[in-house]
Design a protein around this ligand. Structure first.
Ligand SMILES: Cc1cc2nc3c(=O)[nH]c(=O)nc-3n(C[C@H](O)[C@H](O)[C@H](O)COP(=O)(O)OP(=O)(O)OC[C@H]3O[C@@H](n4cnc5c(N)ncnc54)[C@H](O)[C@@H]3O)c2cc1C
Length: 391
């Protein structure tokens, strides 16, 4: 009989899991809280095993069509003076790397699913009951669903994790930063360049999206970890930008006329086990790596393919354990990398800020290119254990 997987969350991990499980002969059902595919407009880079596996899913032409070309990133200080110019196009030219919007990746994953894969949008799971031989869920509208496996792919603030594995505090490791992303009409006309304003403890990056809108990403140092509720996000961004270049504040004024930004903490999720009985967590719900690692989406795709492969080859509980065993070494390395890279990306004190800029500015261009390339390569290298097990 065809086995059934209930997948909570239709993001990168959930949709990838549905694709791979369907290919392995399962019947996946996606349960998504949002009314459509969540519109998170930020740009992400796919490289390493995640990109390789996306290619195996036949996604490359669609991803390439949605790709943003990245030329160079110009860093300016709060007075607008140029600090540094990183020529991404030059550094990345020999690396298989696709930069695109998360929304476009999620759309491509959804379009790749066969028509008979059910996605229940606007659906909220109220209870999970692992009965040993099956797992049953009840939705808020009263619908009861039963499956052989329940996959929690519901992101960093996973409800499945809290319900089946315990409170977030047990697993959250805060890195001491927050981020915010939003988009606005393109007032900068950057083309394929990035523009960054940087100051001690705060960086803002602007880049043009595929659809011609301008995207902004702020990352800043803070020990605050409480969830920033609706209504408080724009005032908070104005506050942290009070000393930045005036154009940052002007753009905040423009953006604040639109929808609220996405704001969250840079939080690693570090769990001793990603599965319990017939419930398994995938993607950020299991092992959020934060945006610093540059591999969160890629590892979600890789994890989904490994899971389906293992489930096709051995009994369920054994397969879940083996999936975790294959993925863990890469996750540990990438999380370690996230812990270390934050201070370099956003130096917290004026002294460390000036020191970093001085070093980068005075490094010969060839060294800078090599340094940048090796930073991206080390991120890919950290995920290579997975590549070996998925080959
Ligand atoms: C600014 C930024 C930049 C990034 N850059 C990169 C990068 O360059 N490269 C890279 O590989 N990764 C990057 N990442 C990380 C990457 O986006 C994530 O690792 C990836 O999206 C995780 O996928 P996911 O499916 O686990 O979670 P998500 O993408 O968060 O999806 C979770 C899904 O679950 C749904 N959901 C939540 N709760 C429930 C519920 N209770 N019931 C039903 N559905 C629910 C949500 O609506 C959503 O659709 C970046 C992240 C950010 C924020």
């Amino acid at each position: 009989m065809q086995r059934k997987a209930l997948i909570v969350g239709a993001g990168v991990a959930g949709l990838s899991a549905a694709w791979w499980l369907k290919k392995a002969g399962w019947q996946p059902v996606l349960i998504e809280r949002a009314h459509d595919l969540r519109d998170a407009g930020y740009m992400l880079g796919l490289s390493g095993p995640g990109l390789e596996i996306a290619k195996r899913m036949g996604l490359e032409p669609t991803l390439q069509a949605a790709a943003c070309s990245v030329n160079e990133n110009v860093y300016r200080d709060r007075k607008g003076r140029e600090l540094l110019r990183l020529r991404y196009r030059e550094f990345l030219k020999d690396l298989p790397y696709i930069a695109l919007r998360r929304t476009d990746l999620v759309q491509a994953l959804r379009d790749a699913l066969p028509d008979d894969v059910e996605i229940r949008f606007g659906a909220v799971v109220e209870s999970i009951d692992d009965r040993g031989d099956a797992v049953a869920v009840r939705l808020a509208d009263g619908t009861a669903l039963t499956g052989d496996l329940l996959i929690g792919a519901d992101g960093l603030r996973s409800w499945v994790r809290r319900t089946c594995f315990g409170p977030d505090e047990q697993y959250f490791k805060e890195l001491g930063y927050r981020f915010a992303t939003y988009d606005l009409e393109d007032v900068l006309k950057l083309g394929s360049d990035f523009l960054s304003y940087t100051e001690p403890g705060h960086i803002v990056e602007y880049y043009t999206l595929h659809d011609g809108r301008l995207a902004a990403l702020h990352v800043w140092r803070t020990d605050e970890t409480a969830i920033v509720t609706s209504g408080g996000r724009w005032p908070m961004l104005h506050d942290i930008s009070r000393n930045t270049h005036e154009s940052v504040r002007r753009m905040l004024d423009v953006a604040a006329r639109g929808p609220e930004p996405l704001v969250d903490n840079l939080t690693l999720v570090d769990m001793p086990s990603w599965s319990k009985g017939r419930v398994v967590l995938l993607g950020d719900a299991a092992h959020c790596l934060t945006l610093i690692s540059g591999q969160g989406a890629g590892m979600s795709i890789a994890s989904a393919s490994i899971l389906a492969q293992e489930l096709a080859e051995r009994p369920l509980v054994e397969a879940l354990a083996r999936h975790e065993q294959r993925l863990r070494p890469s996750i540990a390395k990438l999380q370690e990398r996230s812990r270390k890279m934050g201070a370099l990306f956003i130096p917290a004190t004026p002294f460390s800020f000036r020191l970093r800029n001085f070093i980068l500015r005075h490094m010969p261009r060839a060294w800078l290119a090599r340094y940048f390339l090796s930073a991206v390569q080390s991120e890919i290298l950290a995920s290579q254990d997975v590549a070996r097990t998925t080959a």
